[in-house]
Design a protein around this ligand. Structure first.
Ligand code: PMP
Length: 434
């Protein structure tokens, strides 16, 4: 009996080769640390305030209303009311007629939209250009599709004397960017507004990318999940609206970020049918269908926003106003204690320089772990504030180039940000009083 059970034990390797080297995930590690130690969680990107009432009410209506069919499967590529309103809304923004059945597809969050893009477009040996720092899942997703990620960094320029650095000071070097395009390049991933820096790409920067895409006949996967979160009167420009780009761009969006409901996991893709038809192939052979009730509620949310478009009562207008205030609070708190903030133009993230705090968390020479990662772990354990090391947004071998920054999420209640401020002030006092 014993020998039989020994024989029954599997000994062959079970892991598919394409998973080689992508088993680690920063969120799994840091979400656990935050849950265990943090009093103030400014780590993972989600609001600690509720979504707007009109959205919650729409969900409740969908859930408990007359139409019991909302508890069943809906159309695989998107609940009809949602794709219709998305086509109308984005059609207006892009100034073109969109067919809800072919030019829009609903996904399980922006995450699945990204996954569909890489699976649909990337072949073995294809290269995909990724701008660093980047939302970390792009790299493993390209690799899982058999592709090779090619990285190009945003390079920081020193700010003017006495001024805080802005996310706009992080720029692409045009020659360096151009040098990454080759015959093997299939696509570039653009994320504007950018997580983690909060950079909002200017028209000039987008034109530079667009010209290269057209010249080399390359696709653009445009992750625009923070499209409504832009500050100081900045404008979010959609690269798909530039010359020659509609035909080669997939726009990715997220109801989680748009309506402060990240747990609903409703996302979408917008683009021409010739691209989206391949996303549908991936979707129908993997997820097939997204939660109907959540889609119905998001559809109603967009219906409401279409009515209020550009008006002061629009949630999109109000949210960015509120978040700009929260950004300013966190900028002030960090600046006051010498954790130099890079002022973001968009998103609800802010990256800060921890160089002045090195005496609290001494460097360990020759350590494999980037300094900011050890710092963030130390900070959550000893100070109760959770943040994410910037090195997590760089590829393996580049992690040590930008290892003295951490990323905070400021989509938090005033009380949460105040608590963070109190902890930082106390920390600063302890540092200065021997
Ligand atoms: N793209 C970016 C840049 C993000 O920051 C996130 C979420 N943090 C996503 C995509 C995934 O969005 P969702 O929650 O809708 O899947």
């Amino acid at each position: 009996f014993l020998s039989l059970s020994l024989q029954a034990k599997m000994s062959r390797p079970v892991q598919a080769q394409r998973l080689e080297g992508i088993d680690k995930n920063i969120w799994v590690e840091f979400v656990k640390l935050a849950a265990t130690y943090s009093t103030v969680n400014l780590g993972q990107g989600f609001p600690d305030f509720p979504p707007p009432d009109f959205l919650k009410e729409a969900f409740v209506r969908a859930l408990s209303g007359e139409n019991h069919m909302l508890h069943q499967y809906t159309r695989a590529f998107g609940h009809p009311p949602l794709v219709k309103i998305l086509a109308q809304f984005f059609g207006k923004l892009l100034g073109r007629d969109l067919d809800p059945m072919t030019d829009v597809m609903v996904t399980v969050g922006a995450y699945q939209a990204l996954f569909c893009c890489f699976q649909a477009f990337v072949d073995e040996g294809d290269e995909v250009i990724i701008i660093e720092p980047f939302f970390d899942c792009y790299e493993p997703m390209v690799k899982m599709a058999g592709g090779t990620p090619v990285f190009v960094p945003l390079r920081p320029k020193a700010p003017k004397d006495g001024k805080l650095m802005s996310s706009a000071d992080w720029q692409l070097d045009p020659a360096e960017l151009a040098s990454k395009f080759s015959e093997r390049t299939k696509a570039i991933v653009l994320n504007s507004p950018n997580n983690p820096l909060g950079k909002v790409f200017s028209r000039g920067e987008l034109e530079l990318i667009a010209d290269l895409c057209v010249k080399h006949d390359i696709l653009c996967i445009s992750d625009e999940v923070y499209e409504w979160l832009v500050y100081d009167g900045k404008e979010h420009i959609r690269i798909a609206s530039l010359q020659g780009m509609w035909d080669r761009t997939v726009i990715i969006g997220s109801a989680g970020k748009t309506f402060s409901a990240t747990g609903w996991k409703v996302g979408w893709t917008v683009g021409p049918n010739r691209l989206l038809q391949h996303l549908r192939t991936v979707h129908q052979n993997s997820v097939y269908h997204c939660a109907t009730v959540a889609q119905e509620a998001v559809a109603q949310g967009f219906q409401r926003e279409l009515e209020y478009y550009g008006k002061p009562d629009s949630y999109f207008v109000q949210l960015s106003k509120e978040l700009q205030q929260k950004r300013d609070w966190l900028v002030q708190s960090l600046d006051a204690v010498g954790m130099k903030p890079i002022v973001p133009e968009g998103t609800y993230f802010l990256v800060a320089d921890i160089s002045e705090f090195k005496s609290d968390v001494p460097d360990v020479p020759d350590s494999d772990e980037p300094y900011d990662s050890r710092f963030a772990k130390w900070m959550v354990k000893n100070k109760g504030i959770a943040a994410i090391p910037l090195s997590a947004f760089y590829c393996g071998s580049h992690k040590n180039n930008y290892n003295h920054f951490i990323r905070f999420c400021f989509a938090k209640e005033e009380a949460t940000l105040k608590e963070a401020n109190d902890i930082l002030q106390k920390w600063k006092r302890e540092k200065t009083t021997p």
